[in-house]
Design a binder for this molecule. Structure first.
Ligand code: C5J
Length: 223
């Protein structure tokens, strides 16, 4: 008999099978969280995003303790930029573009110092790392195949930024039939009002994209 767990969530309680849930951590990379990376190059104040790392760490430790699957994503491009559309390369008016050399190496290029996941959330062996060229984690990746292989039906989603890579991924997952919960205090945006709007649009209309809940509620539901 499969144990079903319950999380106190919005717009209503979220039930999940204990053996069908995975943690998805979106793009907790130095490129988005630290000065000198891609986020800063686009003109953003990156400092506020770092505040969610401790909550994600708590979730990461819980999933590790319960031996549940963990997926980390990383937005980045091949050194020759062959996987970067010209439209993305040229977007914005920043001094430093994708592929240019910044203080943490080449901006948004896989393998560079600045493209790594922040040290406190670094993946351990046995955890999945999905590198992705787009905002959504399903576009040009094997994420869906891996989720199917692991018999995952339910996703707890965290990371940055709420209205860009997180929301795009959550919508892609929702359309593929996954029951998604966004952890409210384990995601953030450079724009607080965009984060708030995203939480509201996800859970509107009876949870049209999914659920939201706090880290505390998720940890209680996992126990
Ligand atoms: C952005 C992301 N914001 N990880 N990437 O460009 O949300």
């Amino acid at each position: 008999e499969i144990k079903v767990n319950m999380i106190s969530a919005q717009p209503y309680e979220y039930n999940f099978p204990a053996d069908g849930v995975a943690l998805l951590i979106i793009d907790m990379q130095r490129d988005f969280l630290e000065p000198g990376g891609f986020g800063a190059a686009l003109g953003n104040d990156v400092s506020r995003l770092q505040a969610i790392a401790p909550n994600i760490k708590l979730l990461l430790q819980a999933f590790r303790n319960y031996r549940l699957p963990i997926f980390h994503t990383q937005e980045g491009h091949a050194p020759d930029l062959s996987d970067c559309p010209v439209s993305k390369l040229n977007r914005g008016k920043s001094q430093l573009k994708i592929g240019d050399v910044g203080p943490m190496g080449r901006i948004l290029i896989l393998g560079e110092t600045g493209n790594a996941i922040v040290p406190e959330l670094a993946p351990l062996p046995g955890e999945f790392v999905i590198t992705k060229p787009g905002k959504g984690a399903f576009y040009r990746t094997n994420l869906e195949q891996l989720l199917q292989q692991q018999n995952i039906s339910h996703l707890m989603i965290t990371g940055v930024t709420t209205e860009v890579c997180v929301q795009t991924t959550m919508r892609e997952a929702n359309d593929r039939g996954y029951e998604c919960l966004l952890v409210e205090d384990a995601t953030d945006s450079y724009f607080p009002e965009f984060k708030q709007a995203t939480l509201e649009m996800i859970r509107a209309q009876g949870g049209i994209v999914g659920w939201t809940a706090t880290t505390t509620a998720v940890l209680q539901g996992l126990a």
